[in-house]
Ligand binder design. Structure first.
Ligand code: RNT
Ligand code: ZN
Length: 418
């Protein structure tokens, strides 16, 4: 599209939105402060760089075998930068512990140290990407079905030590980047079949978490993520939603909402206002569950749009951290980052463009018809013109222009990896 067309279309959209009390220039500015935390694990199907690396376990699965996945730290970094170059704005990178720079050394999970993330810290600084972090309790000989809730004291201690060390690493990264590193804790602990001791494992998890969180660190924040079930662990999940809400509220922890971790008809959007009255902040793992927590690439679908609407309506733009979490191994992986990230950004932009003042006036006056009519008409307001302007301003391809470029990268780079 011609630049002049984008500019003049934007002017028309700006006028249309202004008539409803929405300032599109302000929205464009706010969008510059909308930072996604790109999940490093889409680039290599959650494999990581451990020398002693094991197959993916812990009730999660990356399905598909599209060629060209990143095989080492350099390829992964190159792919992430490539993807980021098609995503408007500046973004963060979300690392898992298994993505440390181990330099060929066998480092077990209870031995990991900040030095294994020194090169990431420097890389992040060089590329203006702040880093977030995750402990990794899956894909390890000691993962089994139970980690932090394991009655075997040796195994439980191992994972407590791992998670404690991860918090030290997160603090190290947060200090270096002068911005808190969000550290997410998700464990798969559960049981395939009926357990007759639900309380026991939850007591153990509560105790483990209290030990893990005993030390306060100034440069990191703890986020805790629940789930309904993992594959092979269908009957019981120790870290359920109720468990972590109770724990998070009582300990002031950040709650992670993974959009694939609830019952299919449950609204994740509706959780935002309730949770934010009781916990300081939220972390998102934006995903797309298809039939189960299948981690498909995020798209601009109704649940995602509703979620971002709720965040804006709750005036909580700054109280939410915007991680993505999907791992599709069946399509071009760089394309997967770009499609999902841009979809999340479009949802946020549309949420920011909502004529909220007017809608709220209608609601306060009991004008139900007017509210519904404006909500419906809002869907066909010219938000795409504002989106194109945002892409233009940020020097990234407008519309589907990135497709051919990613195809070229595939032909030149990723297809040669075998
Ligand atoms: C799994 C959780 C978790 C992982 C990542 C890799 O169901 O969503 O967040 O996807 O940590
Ligand atoms: Zn998740």
């Amino acid at each position: 599209m011609k630049e002049s067309t984008i500019l003049s279309t934007y002017e028309i959209a700006k006028e249309r939105y202004a008539s409803l009390g929405v300032d599109t220039d302000n929205v464009l500015e706010t969008m510059q402060n909308f930072h996604l935390s790109l999940h490093c694990w889409q680039a290599d199907d959650v494999t990581g760089f451990e020398v002693q690396g094991e197959a993916l376990s812990g009730g999660i699965q990356a399905t598909g075998n599209y060629p060209g996945k990143a095989r080492n730290i350099d390829e992964l970094r190159q792919d992430i930068l490539k993807a980021a170059s098609y995503i408007p704005g500046t973004h963060r990178l979300n690392l898992h512990e298994i993505y440390g720079d181990f330099k060929g050394e066998k480092v077990d999970r209870d031995q990991v140290e900040p030095k294994h993330f020194q090169s990431w810290m420097e890389w992040g600084r060089e590329h203006h990407m702040k880093l977030d972090f995750n402990s990794t309790s899956f894909s390890h000989p000691k993962s089994g079905n139970l980690t932090l809730s394991n009655p075997d004291e040796g195994i439980r201690r191992f994972w407590i030590e791992h998670t404690k060390r991860c918090r030290v690493i997160a603090d190290f990264l947060g200090e270096a980047q002068d911005d808190p590193c969000m550290m997410n804790l998700w464990i798969h602990d559960g049981s395939k079949d009926i357990t007759v001791d639900r309380m026991k494992y939850r007591e153990l998890l509560k105790d483990s978490l209290d030990q893990v969180f005993a030390t306060e660190y100034p440069h990191m924040r703890d986020c805790i993520e629940s789930k309904v079930f993992g594959i092979g662990l269908e009957s019981y999940t120790v870290g359920s939603n109720d468990f972590y809400i109770g724990y998070g509220v009582s300990r002031g922890k950040v709650i992670t909402l993974d959009t694939g971790h609830f019952h299919p008809t449950e609204s994740v959007a509706d959780k935002v206002s309730s949770l934010l009255l009781f916990v300081p902040e939220l972390m998102l793992h934006v995903s797309r569950p298809v039939r189960w927590d299948s981690d498909h690439v995020t798209i601009m679908d109704d649940p995602t749009q509703e979620l971002f609407h709720e965040i804006v309506r709750c005036n909580a733009f700054d109280r939410v951290h915007y991680g993505l979490d999907y791992f599709d191994a069946s399509i071009n992986r760089i394309g997967a980052y770009v499609v999902g990230s841009r979809a999340a950004q479009k949802c946020m932009m549309r949420a920011l463009l909502e004529p909220l003042t007017l809608l709220r006036q209608y609601e306060a006056n009991g004008q139900g018809f007017e509210r519904l009519a404006l909500l419906e008409e809002s869907k066909s307001l010219p938000w795409t013109a504002v989106w194109d302007m945002f892409c233009l301003k940020n020097n990234v391809p407008v519309g589907e222009g990135y497709v051919a470029e990613i195809e070229k990268y595939e032909a030149d780079v990723t297809s040669k990896r075998c």
